[in-house]
Design a protein around this ligand. Structure first.
Ligand SMILES: Nc1ncnc2c1ncn2[C@@H]1O[C@H](COP(=O)(O)OP(=O)(O)OP(=O)(O)O)[C@@H](O)[C@H]1O
Length: 367
């Protein structure tokens, strides 16, 4: 049985270069809206909030009509129960962190969705306690991002909209914020729509992705499938395609950090402040993975994972090999970028068992 629909979107919005023209049914808990700059992602979020340019068509959230243009029916933005974190955060600069959070909480009180425990849970999830008395101008980029997420959560939203939560942060800060997004996903039973042009966010957090180009949806489906679609892959900026996988730490000493993947295979990880039993996400670029046909006795790369080729897709002059790490549906897959020569030389085909090699130092730990 298919999951009940969360958001039904059938809208047309004339923009300067094209129309935003979308017919989508979104039913997964966390959906990514992925696309290059100027493809219409932020405009879509504004329309969902009821803040956008004039929107024709229909919008329904969990069956409730938010917009029916033909009937001149429109739910006011503040009645939609949306927690919106725009790219520029829009925090009150003259107020403290706590006052910003309390502003969100007041919205929850006035809409009848107030829960006294909720404020504490938000502060704990985002580790905001040490920041409460600070004024906004004294905060770093990553701290501001956490406060903006906290304020949106404190408003007790029924739907969370995040516009490029990592875009304004440098690579180092991105890896520090991603774990907080994952915690939000884990701790709050809340549908999330995440706009991004960063594959790390989308692969790490989303259940489904919609790819936009010039205001139209060109692909919708599981993140790996959509991002390896040649039309989508070709436009990936931001450091290219980085696989995101989760591992449970089974050994953590000064010399070794070893994680177990959902497939049961072990992974040597760079030393990091992990503890036994921790769940960590790590990234490995599609260009840092080498493919072999059988596990050779000696290679310098510490990590060698067994996989079965699911698909090989062409994208421009590259090939994207998607390998499943075990038969189980949720055991994860890895994408490797290869040349035509490598595909031909090894005679790689779907269904073949292969070994994927990569150096421990190529792994990025996201916490
Ligand atoms: N109110 C408006 N009226 C007309 N055109 C608009 C309006 N708002 C945005 N646009 C145009 O629509 C296009 C899509 O803009 P939008 O900000 O939605 O893209 P985006 O995918 O979110 O980009 P980015 O990743 O850079 O934020 C752009 O060409 C923009 O100039």
């Amino acid at each position: 049985m298919s999951a009940p629909s969360l958001l039904d979107i059938g809208i047309r919005v004339p923009l300067d270069r094209f129309d935003l023209d979308l017919n989508l049914t979104l039913s997964k808990r966390v959906t990514g809206i992925f696309g290059p700059s100027g493809s219409g992602k932020s405009t879509l979020l504004n329309c969902i909030c009821g803040l956008g340019p004039e929107t024709k068509g229909i919008l329904r959230f969990q069956g409730a009509v938010w917009l029916d243009h033909s009937k001149r029916q429109q739910t006011r933005p503040e009645k939609r129960g949306i927690g919106y974190v725009p790219q520029d955060h829009l925090l009150f600069p003259h107020k403290t962190v706590e006052q910003n959070l309390r502003f969100g909480e007041k919205r929850a009180q006035s809409s009848g969705r107030y829960d006294a425990q909720h404020f504490t849970k938000v502060i704990q999830t985002l580790e905001l306690d040490p920041l409460l008395k600070r004024k906004v101008p004294t905060l770093s980029g990553g701290e501001r991002q956490r406060v903006a997420l906290g304020r949106a959560l404190c408003s007790g939203p029924r739907l969370l909209l995040l516009d490029e939560p990592l875009a304004s942060l440098d690579i180092r800060l991105r890896s520090r914020i991603l774990p907080f997004l994952l915690r939000i996903r884990e701790n709050f039973d809340l549908p999330i729509l995440l706009v991004s042009h960063n594959p790390v966010e989308v692969l790490g957090i989303c259940d489904e992705v919609v790819a936009l180009a010039n205001g139209k949806a060109i692909a919708q489906g599981p993140p790996v499938e959509v991002l390896t679609d040649s039309r989508v892959y070709a436009g990936i900026e931001d450091g290219g395609f980085e696989n995101i996988l989760k591992a449970t730490i089974v050994e953590a000493s000064a010399q070794h950090v070893i994680g177990r993947l959902p497939s049961g295979q072990m992974l040597h990880m760079p030393s990091s402040p992990c503890q036994l039993g921790d769940s960590v996400h790590f990234g490995i670029s599609a260009t840092d993975i080498l493919i072999g046909l059988a596990s050779p006795g000696r290679v310098s790369a510490r990590n060698r994972l067994c996989g079965k080729i699911e698909t090989i897709r062409k994208s421009g002059d590259k090939h994207l090999l998607v390998a499943r790490l075990a038969e189980k549906e949720d055991s994860g897959s890895l994408v490797a970028e290869l040349t035509s020569d490598a595909i031909e030389e090894l005679r790689l085909e779907p269904g073949m068992t292969i070994v994927l090699f990569f150096k421990t130092s190529s792994l990025r730990v996201y916490g």
